[in-house]
Design a protein around this ligand. Structure first.
Ligand code: N7H
Length: 473
């Protein structure tokens, strides 16, 4: 029996990506007056959309950085119980090494979240059915915030791109199924609730570490109690961690590179080869059809296909190269110690994330095979990459460091992720196993630049009320 989740307390973003609410704006806030900010939060807590409701018009979610929790007045002891990656934040030198944030993606150059810009304390995530409804919602919160001791340091605008992201590929297909939430799926794709939501058993059958307070710290009994039985007020329960990274996408560079790398011997363009190379690098065709099931040409009928493994059909990567983005970001059944077995899938399940990103910036018009047609390439566009997980180090950071950025992934030699690597001046390599000879593409420049980022805690709604009730020490 799946564990019941307290959907009245869990923020809605954990349950759904609000795909129906096509307009969104993320307000990144700094606390200027803690007492006023707590007063505002106490009122706003009632407007946070819970996982139990599926709104058709609008939704509001709220998340906090570690500095934000300190700014609201959370005590040192509780602050010290959060994991180090959340305490230190995304922009420390150590995290930059883990995340690969160097060169043009270094935090020093970020437009928010880095050492050169003001601190971010809260993220207010606003979603609405259309731009007009969103504008009204944003105006309302901007008014409230101004009197609530909070300054909007950065409004992150988003754009509705439909199912395709800026490079032209169908995105948002594969997500883990979380036990206890309404969506169901195959056992291989289903992870324990505690992988995403704190205060529930995870894939190790343990509770992921989270701050457990002393009863005196919660005299009014606002917080849920530790489900493991200690009776401690559980600040983490029903919460999750939200990773936000603003990833600029260099769309023209990507398609120009595919074009140069696939020219015919006579120098003429080969449109089919250009598209095939890009699809090999992503691991899915633009329609979404996975290379492992459609190795030679796009098959739109397979656009949403997601019930596949790699080991039986394609252990050596002749269909979907080992270094392709989706194969390394989620290796499914191809992991050691025993690829193709439940042991492999058990390892995979400890490194899943729930993606919740939104695009930003005007899209560049492309033709059917990715050729960029419009001008206007100077404007910035990209993905506000967002994901939820219960343990940032073991889930998001592990995927980014050990799989996505790792040039030695899966026995490769010099092949980081060809699509989303965000630094590296020399250009990287992509290997496509084939019979009789493999093909290697070299000198691949980064097609993505990191422009900002932060780690947030997305508490349960009772915990939001608790934070609003803190007193100045
Ligand atoms: Fe990726 N892209 O458009 O090329 N991603 N991604 N991603 N990604 C996926 O399956 C993309 C990024 C994952 O279960 C698809 O939904 C772009 C980061 C994971 O099979 C496409 C950027 C990280 C999956 C893209 C970007 C991940 C996934 C296929 C940056 C983690 C699921 C559609 C600008 C650190 C894999 C789909 C699975 C899928 C793209 C970033 C992770 C098309 C453009 C940074 C786990």
């Amino acid at each position: 029996m799946a564990m019941r989740l307290d959907l009245d307390d869990i923020q809605g973003l954990v349950v759904r990506g609000y795909g129906r609410l096509q307009a969104a704006r993320f307000l990144l806030l700094r606390i200027e007056d803690p007492a006023a900010a707590r007063r505002w939060l106490a009122g706003a807590a009632d407007s946070v959309t819970p996982g139990s409701s599926d709104p058709r018009d609008a939704s509001m979610q709220v998340a906090f950085t570690h500095a934000g929790l300190r700014g609201l007045g959370l005590g040192d002891e509780a602050l010290g119980m959060f994991p180090p990656e959340f305490v230190g934040g995304m922009a420390t030198a150590h995290r930059s090494r883990i995340l690969g944030d160097f060169d043009q993606s270094a935090p020093e150059d970020w437009s928010w979240g880095g050492p050169a810009t003001p601190p971010i304390h809260l993220a207010l995530l606003l979603y609405a059915s259309d731009e007009t409804t969103l504008a009204t919602l944003v105006a309302r919160y901007e008014r409230e915030l101004a009197g609530g001791g909070l300054v909007v340091e950065r409004p992150l605008k988003t754009v509705h791109l439909g199912i395709k992201e800026h490079f032209g590929f169908h995105d948002g297909i594969s997500q883990p199924v979380v036990e206890g939430l309404p969506r169901t799926g195959s056992p291989e794709d289903t992870i324990k609730a505690g992988e995403i939501v704190l205060g529930y058993p995870n894939e190790y059958n343990r509770y992921t570490d989270r701050p457990l307070l002393e009863p005196v710290d919660d005299p009014d009994g606002l917080l849920p109690r530790d489900p493991a039985g200690s009776g401690a007020p559980d600040l983490g329960r029903n919460g999750s961690y939200l990773v936000v990274r603003q990833l600029q996408q260099h769309v023209r560079e990507l398609w120009d590179f595919m074009d140069r790398a696939t020219r015919r011997p006579d120098g003429g363009p080969d449109e089919a080869a250009r598209l095939h190379l890009a699809a090999k690098m992503v691991g899915r065709w633009p329609s979404g059809a996975p290379l492992v099931l459609a190795p030679d040409e796009d098959q739109p009928a397979l656009a949403d296909a997601n019930d596949f493994g790699y080991h039986d059909l394609d252990a050596d990567g002749r269909r979907c190269p080992l270094g392709a983005h989706i194969r390394r970001a989620h290796p499914r059944d191809s992991l050691d110690p025993e690829p193709g077995t439940p042991r492999s899938i058990a390892v995979d399940k400890r490194h899943r994330i729930l993606r919740r990103g939104r695009g930003y910036g005007r899209p560049l018009a492309t033709d059917a095979v990715g050729g960029v047609q419009a001008t206007g390439e100077d404007e910035e566009r990209g993905l506000h990459f967002m994901c939820l997980n219960a343990n940032i180090a073991r889930q998001f950071e592990f995927i980014q460091h050990t799989w996505v950025n790792n040039p030695k992934f899966g026995g490769l030699y010099d092949d980081p992720d060809p699509i989303v690597i965000a630094s590296g001046q020399l250009g990287s390599t992509f290997t496509m196993p084939a019979d009789p000879l493999r093909t290697r593409v070299t000198g691949i420049p980064p097609f993505v630049t990191v422009r900002g980022g932060a780690y947030f805690f997305l508490p349960g709604i009772r915990a939001v009320r608790y934070l609003a009730s803190l007193r100045a020490s």
